[in-house]
Design a protein around this ligand. Structure first.
Ligand code: UDP
Ligand code: MG
Length: 334
């Protein structure tokens, strides 16, 4: 039997986009003659995305759906998909068709040629506003510099071999950052260039707040450089205060004090800012520690799609599936 390729896609309120996506993938993967399964993770969509997924799963037993109990965010959704994938290789792809499915056969070929991780890097960034583009680039630059994990032009569109996937799933952190962790694990890797398309239908599901959280999570899980930065700024201020202190003392001894209110105000403002920023940075790390220590599951599964026919289920059980509800038909739910 030829190797099985799992395609994992997170889905959040994509509506008719789900049908478009399943159709496109069926076409591309069918034409390439690949044996595949489609793992669609509904990240707590409020629209009819789940019903659509179930319909596809009933019509085609290569399609499987997993429904999370609420909106956990893209990262946990991807993780859920990865843990439910049974393939010898797993491809993670956005369900909004911004990542061109047509690149998958080439990625699979690279994997057959011996690569364990195949990353699609973007040749362009259409489909993103100016701010998103500049912000994304700045973040990726800073991240790459601080952590030695290369994110410039990186996407979440990646293929992982089974060994690489097993390695990735061993990372226990709560706020996972797929782009970073899938680089961190190492393994023989290669890249292919893709053009990122415009989103088909709807707007980006990311809010500024969510993106900011992702950036902070990504940074704090990969580097403690911001903490060291706080220390360095503290040291700089120590030097500064010695100089200023000496000057003040000399003035006082000479009896010419009292001038210098602007200095006082400036010093207060600057110091206050840095103290608060420093506290903020420490707070971010503390929050991460708190999150990890609580050790809650990273996502909860509410329901899985019914199988179109009887037959062995290749899935492996995972500890994350604690809140599992017995499989039901959609009709029962209504
Ligand atoms: N997504 C998700 N949960 C979320 C937000 C997004 O599963 O809370 C999915 C979404 O359905 C899509 C992918 O993640 O398949 C990328 O989302 P989006 O296109 O909004 O992000 P962008 O392309 O702007 O980075
Ligand atoms: Mg998108």
């Amino acid at each position: 039997m030829s190797a099985l390729v799992s395609v994992v896609a997170p889905i959040y309120n994509e509506g008719p986009g789900v049908d478009r996506f399943v159709r496109r993938l069926g076409q591309v993967l069918g034409d390439a003659g690949l044996r595949y399964e489609l793992v669609l993770v509904d990240d707590g969509s409020a629209d009819d995305s789940w019903d659509r997924i179930v319909r596809h799963a009933l019509a085609d037993d290569r399609v499987r759906g997993v429904q999370l109990s609420r909106n956990f965010g893209k990262e946990p959704a991807v993780l859920a998909g990865l843990e439910h994938a049974a393939g010898d290789a797993v491809v993670v792809i956005d369900s909004d068709l911004q990542h061109p499915p047509s690149a998958i056969p080439a990625m699979v070929q690279r994997w057959r040629d011996g690569a364990h991780v195949v990353e699609a890097v973007k040749r362009n960034r259409t489909g993103q506003g100016l701010i998103g583009r500049v912000g994304g680039r700045l973040f990726n630059r800073a991240f790459t510099r601080l952590t030695q994990v290369d994110l410039v032009n990186a996407t979440d569109f990646r293929l992982l071999s089974r060994p690489a996937l097993e390695a990735l799933l061993r990372l226990p952190e709560h706020s996972s950052f797929f782009r970073g962790t899938s680089s961190w694990i190492g393994f023989r890797r290669t890249t292919i260039e893709v053009d990122i398309d415009h989103r088909e239908g709807g707007a980006s599901r990311w809010t500024f707040r969510a993106l900011f959280r992702l950036a902070v999570n990504g940074l704090t899980s990969f580097t403690s450089a911001p903490l060291h930065l706080v220390t360095l700024v503290g040291l700089a201020f120590a030097g500064f205060s010695v100089v200023l202190g000496a000057q003040t003392l000399i003035r006082w001894v000479r009896g010419g004090a009292l001038a210098g209110f602007p200095t006082v105000i400036l010093v207060l403002l600057v110091m206050g800012t840095f103290v608060l920023l420093g506290l903020g940075v420490i707070g971010e790390y503390l929050a991460r520690i708190h999150e990890e220590v609580r050790g809650r599951p990273r996502y909860l599964v509410q329901e899985k799609s019914p199988r179109s026919m009887g037959g062995a289920d290749p899935r492996r059980k995972t500890p994350e599936e604690t809140a599992e509800v017995p499989e039901q038909l959609v009709a029962d739910r209504k």
